[in-house]
Design a protein around this ligand. Structure first.
Ligand code: ADP
Ligand code: MG
Length: 290
C-alpha cells in the first residue's frame, strides 16, 4: 500500500502547483544530488527578441531578409523562431518546411530555398562561412546573444542577433537549490557566450553549451556514469529525451506537451521557484516516511 505520507505529499504538491506522477517521483526527487537546468525557457523567460540584423551580402536588402526569414520561422515554435517570426506581420507561405531540432529550419519561400539556424547548420547549406559572417557571429556571441545565420539559394545573407532575458526569480531559485546541497548545472544548445551570460546572471558556476538535443542525453548519461543522481529541468520538445533520461525529469510551467509527458514532475507556476518547492516537498515527504 502507498504510505499515507506519499498521498499527503502528492496532494500538498497539487495545491502548490507541483504535479507528481507517482510515488517513485517523490523518491527520485529525494535522492538527486545534481540539478541540470535547460537555458532557454527554463533559466530565461524564453521570450527572445531581435537585437539586430547584419546584412552581409551586397545584393540583399534587410527588408528581404526580414520577410523571408520571418515567413520561414512562422512555421516553427522555437523561442528563437518566435522572435524572428515577429519581423514580418504579413508572412508568405512556406513550402517543404523542415525543423531541424537544435539546429535551425529550412523551407521554400517565394521560390527561394531559405535556411536559418546556428552557424554550423548554415554551413551545411553554404560550405565554410565567409570571414565577415564568422566575425558577426563572434560579436553577437561575445555580447551574450544568439547568432542566427540566415540566407537562401546557397548563400549566407545575414546574421540576425537574438537575445533573451534571465527570469527575475532564477538567481534566488538557483541559490536555494545550492543551499540544499545540490550541484546546479546549465545545459544548452545555445553558444558559449549566451550560455555564460545567462549562467552568470543566475549564479550558476557550471555550464555545458553548444550541445545538440542528443548531446543533452549523453551529458546526463555521463554524469550518471560518474555516480551522480541527476534531475533535469526543461520546457521544450528538444528537452524531452533528456527529461526522460534523467533520474528525475521536471517540466517547467507552460512547458510543451512533449516535455510534460517525458517528466516525472510537472510544475504549473511561473519560473524556477516551483521547482525548488517540488524538491523540498519531496524531501520532507520522504523524511516523514523514514
Ligand atoms: P536550447 O538548448 O537553448 O533550448 P536548442 O537546442 O533548442 O536550444 O537550439 C540550439 C540552437 O539552435 C539555438 O540557440 C539556435 O541557434 C538554433 N536554432 C534552433 N531552432 C532554431 C530555429 N527555429 N531557427 C533558428 N535557429 C534555431
Ligand atoms: Mg528550453
Amino acid at each position: 500500500a502507498t504510505p499515507i505520507a506519499i498521498l499527503v505529499g502528492t496532494g500538498r504538491g497539487a495545491q502548490l502547483g507541483v504535479l507528481i506522477t507517482g510515488p517513485e517521483a517523490l523518491e527520485s526527487a529525494d535522492r538527486i544530488d545534481t540539478v541540470i537546468l535547460d537555458k532557454t525557457g527554463t533559466v530565461t523567460t524564453g521570450e527572445m527578441s531581435v537585437r539586430g540584423i547584419d546584412v552581409l551580402d551586397a545584393d540583399t536588402h534587410a527588408d528581404t531578409v526580414a520577410h523571408l526569414v520571418a515567413s520561414l520561422e512562422h512555421a516553427s515554435e522555437h523561442p528563437v523562431a518566435r522572435a524572428l517570426a515577429a519581423l514580418s506581420a504579413t508572412p508568405a507561405s512556406v513550402e517543404e518546411f523542415t525543423g531541424h531540432a537544435g539546429r535551425g529550419v529550412t523551407g521554400t519561400v517565394d521560390g527561394h530555398a531559405v535556411f536559418a539556424g546556428r552557424p554550423a547548420f548554415a554551413e551545411t547549406h553554404t560550405g565554410a562561412l565567409p570571414d565577415v559572417v564568422t566575425a558577426a557571429v563572434r560579436r553577437a556571441e561575445e555580447a551574450g546573444a544568439t547568432a542566427v545565420v540566415a540566407g537562401w539559394d546557397g548563400r549566407v545573407r545575414a546574421v540576425v542577433t537574438v537575445a533573451d532575458t534571465v527570469r527575475p526569480d532564477s538567481a534566488a531559485a538557483v541559490s536555494s537549490l545550492q543551499g540544499m546541497g545540490l550541484h546546479v548545472l546549465l545545459l544548452t544548445g545555445d553558444n558559449a557566450g549566451a550560455a555564460a551570460t545567462a549562467a552568470r546572471a543566475a549564479g550558476i558556476d557550471d555550464v555545458i553549451s553548444g550541445v545538440l538535443p542528443e548531446g543533452k542525453v549523453a551529458e546526463i548519461r555521463r554524469l550518471q556514469a560518474a555516480g551522480r543522481r541527476v534531475a533535469m529541468v526543461g520546457d521544450g520538445i528538444n528537452d524531452a529525451a533528456a527529461l526522460a533520461t534523467a533520474d528525475l525529469g521536471i517540466a517547467m510551467g507552460g512547458g510543451t506537451d512533449a516535455a510534460v509527458h517525458a517528466s516525472d514532475i510537472a510544475v504549473t507556476g511561473v519560473g524556477l521557484a516551483p521547482v525548488v518547492t517540488a524538491i523540498r516537498l519531496s524531501r520532507r515527504t520522504m523524511a516523514i516516511i523514514r
